[in-house]
Design a protein around this ligand. Sequence first.
Ligand SMILES: Cc1cc2nc3c(=O)[nH]c(=O)nc-3n(C[C@H](O)[C@H](O)[C@H](O)COP(=O)(O)O)c2cc1C
Length: 161
Amino acid sequence: MIVNRPDSDTFRHVMGHFGSGVTIITSSASGGPVGFTASSVASLSLDPLLLMVGVSQDSETLEAIRGSGAFGVNILRRDQVALAARFASSKRHDRFRDVGSEVMATGSPLLQGSLAWIDCALHAEVPAGDHVVALGRVEACAAFDGEPLFYYRGDFGGWAP
Ligand SMILES: Cc1cc2nc3c(=O)[nH]c(=O)nc-3n(C[C@H](O)[C@H](O)[C@H](O)COP(=O)(O)O)c2cc1C
């Protein structure tokens, strides 16, 4: 069914068909490490190396990204569903419980045990409606073997070639 001038629920439903990986965006605030679950992440430029993250204007992590001028992208493994749910919940104080993290060159914390990570300096911030697009300049990155976590039509799952 074609929907002209769709409302936000219809748009969300349609975009839910675009399966994605799942990340936790981390940054450093005065009170300690902060972070949130994000699937609106994409590689953007090779010269310079840039990636993009869609961040809600309401995100509390956005203030830390602006303040520190840096953020980390932690690409999650298939078995990290509980972590993805925890970093999306409104109980912010609980997010780093029992999670090992390491401070990287930019000052951002990176989660131990992720499938891959990218340490970024904030290159630019582009307003985009109720979100901003945070452009990250890649300072360091690493990837490891393992199964990725996916998000598709509101559910978490694994990769099935
Ligand atoms: C699978 C999934 C993907 C999400 N992707 C994004 C995203 O790309 N950008 C965003 O701003 N919020 C996204 N969210 C919502 C945030 O994780 C959630 O609003 C979080 O509480 C924000 O935390 P903060 O306000 O402490 O930064 C996503 C949530 C889930 C479950």
